[in-house]
Design a protein around this ligand. Structure first.
Ligand code: FEO
Length: 396
């Protein structure tokens, strides 16, 4: 990766990770990712905004050399997670005069996680500024975009927002800026679903505050930068807003075909009623695709057989994930088949406790579904259509 100029004196100096396929041992990365770091040279002082994953320190060092960075006075830590902070110790070794500039919470994390000496840190607060000579950095404390300590940095004179995880995408590209808005929209939505969606309410507040600022470029810490900030800010307003779409997300698993027969019938029933549906076979599904589908779907239906006395572990994973990510889903229920009993429906319902959903009547049947069971699925599809219409969700 080359050091790339955003404006004279401001460079992207991070690393592209073309081959990484999983993040946090949790999030699939079909398109790789990048760890963006930015060098800001003022007439008197030089700052480095965030660093890179420690596996990529060598790339950061090479890019700093290419950008001619002989001295760094400040390392701005917008976020303590190691994909951005992990190379700070190497930077402090390489630039003995440098201090880490961050907020109190982030400083505490850095001391605990990376053993950064407190006397190498400067603590700032919301709205504080850091003069670099002819350039000024302003800090915007923005908790929960991704951790509680996260903040954004704003370069006033150039109107560049360094947004760290916020507005990012796990997308490896040689382009400094978004190469294709359609492609990056999907990647950024997936990223939002996996990382930002649990903090939807906080992000709404941050978006409202950012709306009052003049921003020419958004430079996040993953994926390409935005020359047209309205593109990603409008997308975030949509995703974090309360509106849901006429869509049923149907994660399911079937052991002997009974639940699968119900899923197939239910998919048809929904389609016949003008309700788009996205089934996800949980034995094959990429969890990022499932998370993305959850961003704005009005209804989630989990399909699971009963294993011994409860839901299939794959269904447990999907329910746990949905509960963790807290999409704005309005309605939920369960369909599936059991052999001799169990508590699958109650267990799944309990697992979705953090979602503000109305739980619809489940269709949970013994053995392979019969005519009456398919009729119950038709009634459930009718009920979902009615609920969507009553809630003002546009149904074609
Ligand atoms: Fe990209 Fe929360 O770290």
């Amino acid at each position: 990766m080359a050091a790339r100029e955003i404006v004279p004196g401001v460079y992207s100096v991070g690393a592209i990770d073309w081959d990484r396929r999983i993040f946090d041992e949790l999030i699939p990365l079909p398109d790789g990712t990048s760890y963006n770091s930015y060098l800001v040279r003022g007439s008197e002082k030089t700052a480095l905004i965030d660093t890179v994953d420690p596996m990529k320190t060598v790339d950061l060092v090479a890019n700093l050399e290419r950008a001619g960075a002989k001295q760094i006075d400040y390392v701005i830590a917008n976020h303590a997670e190691q994909d951005h902070s992990g190379s700070i110790p190497a930077m402090l070794d390489r630039f003995p005069e440098a201090k880490v500039v961050t907020n109190q919470k982030c400083r505490d994390f850095l001391v605990d996680l990376l053993h950064i000496p407190e006397d190498r840190t400067i603590v700032i607060g919301d709205g504080d500024t850091l003069p670099l000579g002819d350039r000024t950095l302003e800090f915007i404390i923005a908790p929960w975009v991704h951790w509680p300590e996260t903040m954004l940095s704003y370069l006033r004179e150039d109107r560049i927002l360094f947004s760290c995880d916020l507005f990012g995408s796990h997308y490896a590209t040689s382009s400094l800026y978004v190469p294709n808005e359609g492609v990056i929209y999907e990647s950024a939505k997936r990223y939002y679903a996996e990382i930002m969606m649990p903090f939807r309410s906080s992000i709404k507040g941050h978006l409202a505050k950012l709306a009052t600022r003049e921003i020419d470029v958004i430079a996040p810490s993953h994926g390409p930068a935005y020359e047209r900030p309205a593109f990603i800010m409008d997308a975030y307003r949509d995703w974090t807003g309360d509106a849901v779409k006429n869509m049923v997300v149907l994660p399911y698993v079937s052991m002997h075909g009974s639940t699968r027969a119900m899923v197939d019938h239910f998919v048809d029933a929904l389609m016949q009623r003008g309700i788009p549906v996205q089934p996800f076979n949980l034995t094959k599904t990429d969890t990022g695709d499932l998370a993305k589908a959850l961003v704005d779907a009005a209804t989630v239906v989990i399909g699971s057989p009963t294993v011994i006395f409860g839901p299939h572990p794959q269904a447990v994973y999907a329910a746990y994930l949905a509960n963790l990510l807290r999409p704005k889903t309005r309605y939920a229920t369960v369909i599936g088949s059991y052999g001799w009993g169990g508590k699958t429906v109650d267990t799944v319902k309990d697992m979705l406790g953090r979602l503000k959903v109305e739980f619809l009547e489940p269709v949970y049947v013994r053995g392979h579904p019969k005519e009456a069971d398919f009729a119950a699925l038709d009634r459930l599809a009718d009920e979902i259509r009615k609920k969507h219409e009553e809630a003002g969700i546009v149904v074609s």
